[in-house]
Design a protein around this ligand. Structure first.
Ligand code: FAD
Length: 438
């Protein structure tokens, strides 16, 4: 028997291919690797059902590709990982780096408790947060120059899955049963290859929730079932119009992670300090109506119901419902961000908080506060035939075409609420509050 063993601690990288940390583990363990996932209650308890369900399904698929030998343990990684490493006499523990605020602190503690090295290789991003700096050596706060520098910096080519691994076994917990389809590395790669056939339309159609024209790759990206580098390599080979626009969106994901790594407090606090003084209302009945999709604004309700029943929401609709919560209902974005994290299958602290800040006008590179979405106008523009709202709001199905966006003008709808606020008044009030902090 060979005398070295490496531990591969899987976190947000639930795949074998294009996983440099795993290749390092295989090299360090001379082919003998123990793969572990830690069910950390601090993350698990906060996740919400859609994320828990997807995670469990993805772990089943990962375990299948480890010949059933993925070791699952429950507890605080600061205890679990050093104990497991000692149990199997590991010479090193391998991870892909986590740049989030919790992950950074956790990994520092694990490293301090381990008797062998904790080796971080790669990250869930094409370019790790913190890498891209401007000419003064400082990180970017604004997307467009970041994006230019990101393109210029470039990234490594994807790497293959390890050719042969002897997966070491150890005692662990049974994974809960899973009923979710479409999780795991294989499904992610298939989903991506299918989407590539449609990417040409991405630029023209991505704002249309009725067309279902986006990739939904945020879900496999969240769990690391695919690495963005794999996607970027395919996009570079694709001479289709939409590929550039798609690459830019992947850069937004990286920019959000970069900003959160620079400003860990941005998870829940505004990046623009004057917004600390912004007057918000307590989340009460209006917030409950927003969560339940019963605001009387068809696009908002369609979105919130899609979110509740599928754990997914189209980007344009995420922007409109977020704006409505902050600027029409005057509720602090952190309550909406928390609701999203609980409800979304792709719920991700960096992408979520930084996008909420962008919509709420308090991010570093945010939409100007005074640009307030009209929830009806957005519906008419991006769901022009009313199909998206009829799909998710059955009370409106009797209304033809775009009339579904304004039921009050067309005889109303049984069982459907009247608008809970007057948008023009709410808008004036939002601007008044903004004037007070400028
Ligand atoms: P596509 O349009 O196919 O885009 C391709 C990929 O680019 C996405 O999978 C995603 O990885 C990335 N991307 C696209 N738009 C953005 C963006 N604005 N910011 C960051 N990355 C982006 N995304 C999450 O992954 N998790 C979240 O928790 C999350 N919360 C959000 C909250 C709000 C208020 C808003 C406005 C946006 C949020 N987003 C979040 C970003 C974006 O809405 C989703 O990534 C996107 O809708 C996912 O669908 P898709 O994969 O079909 O996107």
């Amino acid at each position: 028997m060979r005398d070295v063993t490496a531990v591969m601690w899987f976190r947000r990288d639930l795949r074998l291919s294009d996983n440099p940390a795993l290749l390092d583990a295989v090299a360090a363990g001379d082919g003998r690797v123990l793969g572990v996932f830690v069910m950390d209650s601090r993350l698990w308890d906060r996740a919400g059902d859609p994320r828990r369900e997807h995670l469990v399904a993805s772990l089943h698929r990962l375990s299948d590709s480890l010949e059933g030998r993925l070791v699952v343990r429950r507890g605080d990684p600061v205890d679990v990982i050093p104990a497991l490493a000692a149990e199997v006499g590991a010479h090193s523990v391998h991870v892909s780096a986590d740049h989030g605020p919790y992950g950074q602190a956790r990994d520092a503690q694990v490293e301090a408790s381990l008797k062998c090295p904790l080796v971080a290789t790669g990250s869930p991003y094409a370019i790790a947060p913190g890498r891209i700096l401007n000419q003064q050596g400082r990180p970017y706060q604004v997307f467009t120059p970041y994006f230019r520098a990101w393109l210029e910096h470039g990234w490594r080519k994807p790497v293959d899955a390890p050719a042969r691994v002897e997966w070491v076994n150890a005692a662990g917990e049974e994974l809960p049963d899973s009923r979710v389809d479409g999780a795991g590395e294989q499904a992610a790669l298939e989903q991506w290859q299918e989407y590539l056939k449609r990417v040409a339309q991405y630029d023209d159609e991505r704002d249309r929730p009725d067309l279902d024209s986006t990739s939904r790759m945020s879900i496999p990206l969240k769990y690391g079932e695919i690495h963005p580098r794999t996607m970027l390599a395919d996009l570079a080979r694709t001479r289709r119009a939409g590929a550039d626009a798609y690459r830019r969106e992947l850069a937004w994901r990286e920019f959000c992670a970069d900003l959160l790594a620079q400003h860990p407090e941005a998870a829940w606090k505004p990046l623009r300090p004057e917004f600390e003084r912004m007057e918000y209302d307590e989340p009460g009945a209006l917030f409950d109506a927003w969560c339940a999709g019963r605001t009387g604004f068809p696009l908002i309700d369609a979105g919130m119901r899609q979110l509740a029943s599928t754990g997914f929401l189209h980007n344009r609709v995420r922007m409109v419902v977020a704006s409505f919560l902050v600027k029409d209902l005057h509720v602090h974005w952190k309550f909406g961000a928390r609701w999203f994290l609980r409800s979304l299958r792709d719920g991700d602290l960096a992408s979520n908080s930084l996008n909420w800040q962008w919509v709420a006008g308090c991010g570093a590179d945010a939409a100007p506060y005074f640009r307030i979405f009209n929830p009806v106008g957005q519906g008419l523009k991006f769901d022009p035939a009313g199909e998206y709202v009829r799909r998710w709001v059955p009370e409106l199905r009797h209304l033809d075409g775009k009339t579904a966006h304004e039921p009050w003008k067309h005889g109303g709808a049984d069982g459907y609420p009247d608008p809970i606020v007057d948008h023009a008044d709410a808008r004036r009030e939002a601007l008044r509050r903004y004037d007070a902090i400028r």
